[in-house]
Design a binder for this molecule. Structure first.
Ligand code: SF4
Length: 277
């Protein structure tokens, strides 16, 4: 049986814990139907347990009309928030404060006359919400896309809170290579930074890495990429049921990390299974 080492800051971050407390509080204190606009966090197991408690996912603000609506950690566009406040008797804003900071930065850059670049994944809910705060912004996911954006000479850069620093640095370098010195607002959140740095160190010191978190979670996917670049045997799972003993044959030390939307009890359950393999 291999030794199991867990990254110190693995698991639920400040923004996710805050959102869960708001949601649990809403469910406990209300007999009314409660909705979340999209999944509250990118963890399907937590989302289905919230559903069982009475907090149901809706895809559109209109589907929550007349009910309490929780705005999820990834944030919403200004238009969605306006419609939510018009249609719902109670709106609980669980947007992570680090995501709100990105909204403030893009609005400020736009006001100051900068062309805004959002370094992130097009279509990710956080990026969609941020784009709502700066509709003419360019979304750039990697340095190769920079020439296609046809940027002017007054450029401001923000970054999706869960992005990898190397991607931000490469995009900024590619903009500089076009003769433009951008203003850069590094909006990668503290939780992401800590988890990525620790995960990189751990992945270099073990024989196999297990990354626990939603397959739809951006920050978990980034952790998996970081591990895979340093540890050949890297596995991204959403639950302990996906583990296979064969993966760890011949391993002396197995590392565990977890995405920012993974609660502590899910990590403990994974470690318990790993220790029995
Ligand atoms: S990963 Fe960062 S931005 Fe996202 S919810 Fe957690 S603290 Fe907030």
């Amino acid at each position: 049986m291999a030794e199991v080492r867990v990254a110190e800051h693995a698991g639920a971050c400040y923004g996710v814990e805050r959102a869960l407390e708001l949601a649990w509080g809403a469910v406990d204190s209300s007999d009314d139907d409660i909705c979340t606009l999209g999944p509250l966090i990118h963890n399907p197991r937590v989302v289905s347990s919230l559903d069982a408690m009475g907090a149901h996912v809706v895809d559109r603000v209109e589907d929550a009309a007349g009910r309490t609506l929780i705005l999820r950690t990834h944030g919403v566009t200004p238009d969605e928030e306006r419609r939510a406040r018009e249609l719902c008797p109670k709106v609980i804003d669980a947007t992570c404060p680090f995501v709100k900071r990105v909204h403030v930065e893009v609005e400020r850059l736009t006001r100051d006359g900068y062309e805004v670049v959002i370094v992130g994944e097009a279509g990710h809910p956080e990026v969609v919400a941020t784009l709502g705060h700066a509709p003419s912004a360019h979304i750039i996911s990697n340095a190769l896309e920079v020439p296609y954006a046809r940027l002017g000479n007054r450029v401001g850069v923000v970054v999706q809170t869960t992005q990898k620093r190397e991607i931000l640095d490469a995009v900024v370098e590619a903009i500089r290579a076009q003769g433009v010195e951008p203003i850069v607002k590094d909006t990668i959140c503290t939780a992401t930074r800590e988890r990525q740095d620790e995960t990189a160190q751990l992945a270099e010191a073990v024989d196999a890495m297990v990354v626990l978190g939603g397959h739809n979670s951006s920050n978990t996917t980034r952790l998996t990429e970081i591990c895979a670049a340093r540890c050949e045997r890297t596995f991204h799972v959403e639950s302990p049921a996906e583990l296979s003993a064969e993966w760890f044959e011949g391993c002396d030390v197995v590392g565990v990390t977890a995405g920012a939307s993974t609660p502590e009890d899910q990590i403990a359950a994974l470690v318990a299974v790993l220790e029995q393999l």
